[in-house]
Design a protein around this ligand. Structure first.
Ligand SMILES: [Zn+2]
Length: 186
């Protein structure tokens, strides 16, 4: 079996099985792709972001998912507000003349709710294709272990591909026993 070494500063080696795609499980033309994993405390609203780039195997079709990060709550809110602002401007310039009260209490809230729903709907429509287990990155960084100041010495990963999660656990049994790695299914 091909094994990929994961470059973290753990005293026990952390490896990833390299034979099958970590998203769809295909074994055809699999290459190792750096996966830009990030973790934001509090759903992306506050705190320092933790970043780690780790090589995982992807097939050609899933290679694009290696760096396709999930939208954060903050991102969804920002895009919705921007869209509402643009539509609001259009309404003011081109829409019917309404009283200030009507614009403020009916049109503006309606626009906000409409844009928020549209953005959430847009993201909800994005579905994985074929055998893919995720449209976004198939690996989630749930937690990290640290040694001061910034060395990452432990990882908690969740995989959307349950079979890959099992294979990953199998090759890291010693590291899991040493509590440097924690694996779950997303
Ligand atoms: Zn794949």
């Amino acid at each position: 079996m091909m094994i990929i070494n994961l470059p973290i500063k753990s005293d026990v080696p952390v490896v990833a099985p390299g034979d099958s795609c970590c998203n769809c499980d295909s074994t055809a033309s699999v290459t190792s792709q750096l996966t830009d994993l990030r973790r934001m405390p509090l759903w992306g609203l506050a705190g320092a972001e933790i970043k780690v780039k780790l090589p995982f195997p992807y097939c050609e079709l899933c290679a694009a998912t290696a760096n396709r990060r999930r939208p954060t709550a903050l991102g969804v809110i920002a895009v919705s507000l921007l869209l509402a602002l643009v539509l609001g401007m259009c309404w003011l310039f081109a829409g019917p003349q309404l009283s200030e009260e009507l614009t403020e209490y009916i049109v503006a809230p309606f626009l906000l709710i409409f844009c928020f729903a549209a953005v959430i709907g847009f993201y909800a429509l994005k579905k994985p294709s074929g055998e893919q287990t995720s449209y976004y990155q198939p690996i989630k960084l749930k937690n990290t272990g640290h040694k001061w100041p910034a060395d990452i010495t432990g990882l908690e990963l969740a995989f959307t591909n349950a079979r890959y999660a099992d294979k990953f656990s199998m090759v890291n049994l010693a590291t899991i026993a040493a509590k440097k790695i924690k694996v779950s299914k997303a």
